[in-house]
Design a protein around this ligand. Structure first.
Ligand code: ADP
Ligand code: MG
Length: 247
């Protein structure tokens, strides 16, 4: 496979903070419609990698290509328009708006033919809200105030807000932290559904969850890739057991 066939090609990526290399010459390829899970000990550089891909942090060196276009020089909001969605660890929903309104305000302006005139085509937006609400399991909760949702539902709503933009790459940092067992199961199903139409990168610690969702697992350590492959392969890797799974 040539490098141009990947959704995302990260090559020789490095970022230094005062001389400390949080990401150290890292190379990683993600396929279209792949669900990749990144694991590794605290401080390995997992969150920093997502920061670099979405543009929150600027790389010191190396390349990040998305659908074969170089991203490293593009601003964060341009990367969003190119189809990159990023969910942070703490949900950022509008607590006093309804679920419907949260999704509605996340519909990208300028995508609709009416966008240029300064208003949205309501039917188009409503239809999209409905599709996304069903996808995230909140179709029966559209009128509810977002602040009244359970912790898990808030996380799904934020994923829905990102899905409103129909991203081709969605990145989620520890999405099931604080969720109940049932909510974790539903999140696994949700992620398996949404990667049918896009690539997804998930950072996660819960190995049972990782096993359920991962197509492939990347293990990071000290800003580098320690191991990569199927869940079974990385779980059996002595290096991985030594720095991460053994603890
Ligand atoms: P992980 O998500 O794998 O736990 P992080 O990516 O958050 O790890 O952090 C990797 C390392 O980079 C840590 O040592 C952290 O302290 C450092 N780091 C992350 N962001 C910054 C920053 N903006 N300035 C300085 N150091 C940072
Ligand atoms: Mg982190």
């Amino acid at each position: 496979m040539s490098n141009t066939d990947f959704a995302l090609a990260v090559e020789d990526l490095t970022v230094s903070f005062d001389g400390f290399k949080a990401i150290d010459n890292l190379t990683l390829y993600i396929d279209k419609n792949e669900l990749r899970v990144i694991i590794g000990p605290n401080g390995a550089g997992k969150t920093t990698l997502l920061d670099l891909i979405c543009g929150k942090t600027k790389a010191s060196g190396g390349s990040i290509k998305f659908k074969n276009e170089e991203l490293t020089k593009l601003d964060e909001h341009i990367r969003v328009r190119r189809g990159i969605g990023r969910k942070f660890q703490t949900p950022s929903i509008y607590e006093n708006l309804s679920v419907f309104q949260n999704l509605e305000v996340s519909y990208p302006t300028g995508r609709s033919v009416f966008g240029a005139l300064g208003f949205k085509c309501t039917d188009e937006v409503k239809a999209r809200v409905q599709v996304v609400a069903e996808e995230i399991g909140l179709a029966d909760t559209l009128e509810k105030e977002a602040g009244l949702l359970s912790h898990g539902q808030k996380q799904w709503l934020e994923i829905g807000m990102l899905l409103m933009q129909d991203p081709e790459l969605l990145m989620l940092d520890e999405p099931i932290a604080g969720m109940s067992a049932r909510e974790r199961e539903l999140t696994a199903e949700l992620l398996k559904r949404i990667c049918k139409n896009r690539s997804v990168i998930v950072i996660e610690h819960d190995m049972e969850f990782v096993k359920q969702i991962a197509h492939k697992v990347t293990v990071m350590h000290q800003g580098k890739i320690l191991a990569e492959g199927s869940m079974a392969t990385v779980q059996a890797d002595p290096k991985v057991i030594d720095v991460y799974l053994g603890h």
